[in-house]
Design a protein around this ligand. Structure first.
Ligand code: ATP
Ligand code: MG
Length: 457
């Protein structure tokens, strides 16, 4: 997600020495921040109470109100704020102490300009992520109950609008979408918004049952229709009459049954297995499929007339990777749901974990994301879901060989180095200090390599 336009990062800079303050402010001349300079700690406290800031950059040692006081005050007032302290060498220990108290970072004097710029950039990013996470949490807190379709994607919202529009008509609908995209959820949504909402909704998986069983399941049977048919049994279509029936994986339905189904649609009646008397039924059919039905028609697996009867309206649910903005929202939605189910107090997703979740492709779509979060909630020990609570597939550093050996040239050392650095930077959310630690080199060396390799972070 991107920062909404018109909301620049707000940076509060505090130093009691006029020249030092001026120097600090100058560092950010070219950055897209709104910088507010403050010559005293007291003035800074007043500014913090007056308006919100994303990042505070403050000198540690100041008379009266010092950097530590500002840190405590800022964090108490604004939950997402990130505070950076500038300390002299003599007070380095206090810098470390400040980190323990929740400061984002400390910078030792004398500092390099690019170092300050870099740390503030990281803090701004962290503040943005925190704010977004909090907003998502609040948004999710207002959506309750199962069966809710959680989305902020425009395409999905248009799809839901179409669904609401056609829901009250009785026309049949085909829902297409990859596995786990929410086809059944959408079918239930259609039912809820239809005039049939007070009647029943059933789903049947046409691919899961053997032909005879499926026939008896859908159409019911008369007593004695086959060995073991001790009594008359109503089929789902009859039982759901007045309501909505979801035919999952409709293309898997055997041909003989397709003929029977066609009759239900055309004549609005059915014959129970072994029966001769047509039974009137009134059912709205929704078919779901994860492969385009046109292909099944083309290969002769599906009757064309049935296809046209079902496919009056086609709703396509996009895969999750094509609506990535939904990942954080859904992640928090599932976090809340699974935490409640498991009676755990996990209520936050660490920005790094969120970054990993956002970068994944989700071949299993929303169901896969839900499973990740469920597992994460089960593993989490504190209030926060961390990268370590996510499956290996997400957290593994993928250092792939760029040019396969078979294809000729081996990857150069430089190419490998670049890939590794990129991977580590992604993992640390662009935090170079942490990246350098993981890579086992000092920050300056890392900085040089980033520059030389032209890696933009
Ligand atoms: N937008 C969404 N908001 C909330 N939950 C969702 C959303 N989309 C899917 N889910 C949840 O993800 C899971 C999978 O959804 P669903 O069963 O509807 O998918 P499907 O497309 O029918 O999958 P399949 O093709 O495997 O049958 C369900 O638990 C469902 O509640
Ligand atoms: Mg389904």
């Amino acid at each position: 997600m991107t920062q909404p336009l018109g909301v620049p990062t707000r940076l509060l800079v505090i130093d009691d020495e006029a020249i030092a303050l001026e120097n600090l402010v100058q560092i950010f001349e070219r950055e897209p921040y709104q910088v507010v300079p403050c010559p005293t700690g007291t003035a800074a406290l007043a500014a913090l109470e007056r308006e919100p800031f994303d990042v505070v950059l403050t000198d540690l040692r100041m008379p009266e109100v010092d950097g530590m006081r500002i840190l405590q005050h800022a964090r108490a007032l604004w939950p997402d704020i990130q505070v950076i302290l500038v300390t002299g060498y003599a007070t380095l220990n206090s810098g470390i102490e400040a980190m323990k108290q929740g400061a984002y970072h400390y910078i030792a004097k004398p500092y390099r300009l690019d170092e300050v710029r870099e740390v503030v950039r990281g803090a701004a990013e962290m503040a943005r992520l925190k704010r977004e996470n909090r907003e998502l949490r609040e948004q999710v807190a207002s959506t309750t109950g199962q069966g809710t379709i959680v989305t902020q994607d425009l395409g999905m919202q248009r799809l839901l609008a179409t669904a609401r529009q056609i829901a009250p008509t009785d026309c049949n609908v085909v829902i297409t979408g990859e596995s786990g995209t929410g086809k059944e959820l959408l079918a239930r949504y259609l039912h809820r918004h239809s005039n049939r909402a007070d009647s029943r909704f059933f789903g049947v998986n046409c691919g899961a049952l053997h032909e005879d069983l499926l026939a008896s399941e859908l159409f019911g049977h008369e007593k004695g229709a086959f060995t073991g048919a001790m009594a008359r049994k109503l089929g789902l279509i009859e039982a759901v009459s007045g309501g909505t029936l979801l035919l999952d994986e409709v293309a898997e339905m055997p041909m003989a049954m397709q003929v029977k189904l066609l009759r239900v649609i055309q004549e609005r009646e059915l014959l129970r297995v072994g029966g001769h008397e047509p039974v009137p039924v009134d059912v709205r059919l929704i078919a779901a499929t994860n492969r385009p039905l046109e292909a099944a028609v083309a290969t002769g697996r599906m009757r064309e007339d049935l296809f046209f009867r079902l496919n009056v309206v086609n709703l396509g649910v996009p895969p999750l990777r094509e609506r990535r903005d939904d990942v954080p929202l859904l992640a928090y939605y599932f976090l809340r749901r699974h935490a409640v189910t498991m009676g755990k107090e996990v209520d936050e997703i660490a920005p790094e974990a969120m970054r990993l979740l956002a970068g994944y492709d989700y071949p299993g779509n929303v169901r896969e994301l839900s499973n990740f979060i469920e597992r994460g909630v089960a593993l989490a020990t504190g209030r926060e879901l961390l990268p370590t609570h996510l499956p290996e597939a997400l957290t593994r550093l993928e250092v792939r060989v760029m040019h396969p050996i078979e294809a000729g040239g081996l990857p150069t050392l430089e190419a490998q180095e670049e890939q590794l650095i990129r991977a580590v930077l992604v993992r640390t959310c662009g935090n170079r200090t942490r990246a350098a630690e993981i890579l086992g080199i000092d920050r300056v060396s890392l900085w040089r390599k980033i520059k030389r390799l032209g890696i933009d972070v």
